[in-house]
Design a protein around this ligand. Structure first.
Ligand SMILES: Cc1cc2nc3c(=O)[nH]c(=O)nc-3n(C[C@H](O)[C@H](O)[C@H](O)COP(=O)(O)OP(=O)(O)OC[C@H]3O[C@@H](n4cnc5c(N)ncnc54)[C@H](O)[C@@H]3O)c2cc1C
Length: 400
């Protein structure tokens, strides 16, 4: 039976990076993936250009951009492997990139460049690849360590790294392997749920807004109260079934089923004062005046729902204008659900961080490590999830 110093299961962002680093540190490493093609999520990420990290990540307080039952768990790895270090690697490989928005870095060319870079790092470390190769039973081996049954035969190792990611996008190879393995070895798992996901709004109440599908605009969006209140200022997109766009993807990670969202469609504008002022000077219809503050399609949809608003603004009751302003600036709506794993960019929840060392990613089960998205650490939209994959892989590779 072949034996390796380390076996990494999952050749996505975290697995490839970890295998390459460990190989370059002199370990004999095997990387296994069940997919025909590896790193599919890197390939489709960032619209095909991979938003591979984020410059705004605060290495002294990285938890600001991450969620999980213990938000502080991610600090150690993220402060020891920073966006700057990954940028230097990208530069060493001659990959051109640019900053798009709020610190988000994308390849100028294609995300395939990041995959090729990771494969080159693996080649430099002499990493063996078994792929496509499915993994069956994993058990303690007689000589210590782990015996792994695979479709290419059995293999033995003293260090087993699980980098099989979350449940998002099952059609490109996502599986619950990591959670099942954690449970097999008695490790707790925080219930997984789709995150960075479009939200849906079922039923009749949504029908006036369904015709806004395709409309995008900047909004302020919030959910939760008091210390749980979370706010994002980003673009929102109306879809046929609900809401999407960066604002909604971000808030979805914090949204609790049954809780309302509050949306300000004209952030930074005093809609009530603007409509009051228009009433004094204008005879235009309310919808036309409102269209100076928000996109015309949105103004039409709002005004169209109330006969009292379909008149010149100088004839409108102050009360009706105040109610309209309130709906524009503080629209409350409760999602019926999410678009689920087939549209979610990530899976929140995962292997409970209380079971792992934040220094090494080793679990309480000696020699068994978990890295990347399979762990209960979920980043904001904008390159934070890849940075977690790189940083957790780095922490693990240096501990193997
Ligand atoms: C559409 C989309 C766009 C995204 N864009 C971005 C972005 O621009 N920036 C960003 O930071 N994040 C982005 N993400 C999130 C990011 O892709 C993930 O957080 C990241 O890939 C997680 O890395 P990972 O290595 O933990 O898991 P993955 O990259 O998902 O890799 C897991 C690997 O494990 C393999 N595997 C799974 N089960 C098994 C099994 N049973 N046996 C063997 N192998 C198995 C899979 O085939 C896969 O290759 C995006 C996600 C999606 C879905």
């Amino acid at each position: 039976m072949p034996a390796f110093d380390a076996v990494v299961v999952g050749a996505g962002a975290a697995g490839l990076f970890c295998a390459g680093l460990a190989g370059q540190r002199g370990l004999k490493v095997l990387l296994i993936d069940h997919g025909e093609r590896i790193a599919e999520k890197i390939r489709i990420s960032g619209g095909g250009r991979a938003n591979f990290t984020n410059r705004d990540l605060d290495v002294r307080a990285p938890q600001r951009h991450f969620i999980g039952d213990n938000p502080h768990f991610c600090r150690s790895a993220l402060s020891r492997y920073t966006p700057q270090q990954f940028i230097e690697l990208v530069q060493r490989h001659g990959i051109a990139f640019h900053e798009k928005h709020k610190g988000q870095l994308f390849c100028d060319g294609s995300s395939q460049q990041i995959i090729d870079m990771l494969l080159a790092e693996c080649a430099a470390g002499g990493v063996a690849h078994w792929q496509p190769c499915s993994v069956g039973e994993i058990a303690f081996s007689d000589g210590g360590g782990y015996r792994i049954e695979t479709s290419r035969g059995s293999v033995q190792t003293s260090k087993l790294v699980i980098a099989t990611g979350g449940l998002s996008i099952p059609q490109i190879g996502a599986s619950d392997f990591g959670y099942r393995l954690a449970a097999q070895f008695g490790l707790r798992v925080v219930a997984p749920r789709p995150a960075l996901v479009p939200l849906t709004f079922g039923g009749e109440a949504w029908s006036p807004y369904a015709e806004l599908a395709g409309l995008a605009l900047p909004v302020q969006i919030e959910t939760g109260a008091k210390k749980d209140r979370t706010v994002f200022l980003e673009d929102l997109l109306f879809t046929h079934r609900g809401l999407s766009g960066p604002a909604v993807l971000q808030i979805s990670s914090y949204w609790q089923p049954g809780a309302p969202l509050t949306i300000d469609f004209a952030p930074g504008v005093d809609v009530r004062a603007s409509l009051g002022e228009a009433k004094q000077r204008s005879r235009k219809r309310i919808g036309n005046e409102l269209a100076g503050l928000v996109p015309a399609r949105l103004a039409d949809a709002w005004v169209g729902q109330d006969a009292a608003l379909q008149r010149p603004i100088n004839e409108a009751a102050d009360r009706a204008l105040a109610a309209l302003a309130e709906r524009i600036a503080r629209w409350q709506i409760t999602p019926s659900g999410t678009e689920g794993y087939k549209k979610a960019e990530v899976t929140a929840g995962g292997v409970d961080t209380r079971e792992l060392s934040s220094q090494t990613m080793e679990s309480k089960q000696r020699g068994l490590y978990f890295i990347g998205e399979v762990v209960d650490v979920t980043g904001w939209l904008g390159g934070y999830n890849f940075q977690w994959a790189w940083a957790s892989a780095h922490a693990c590779a240096h501990a193997l």
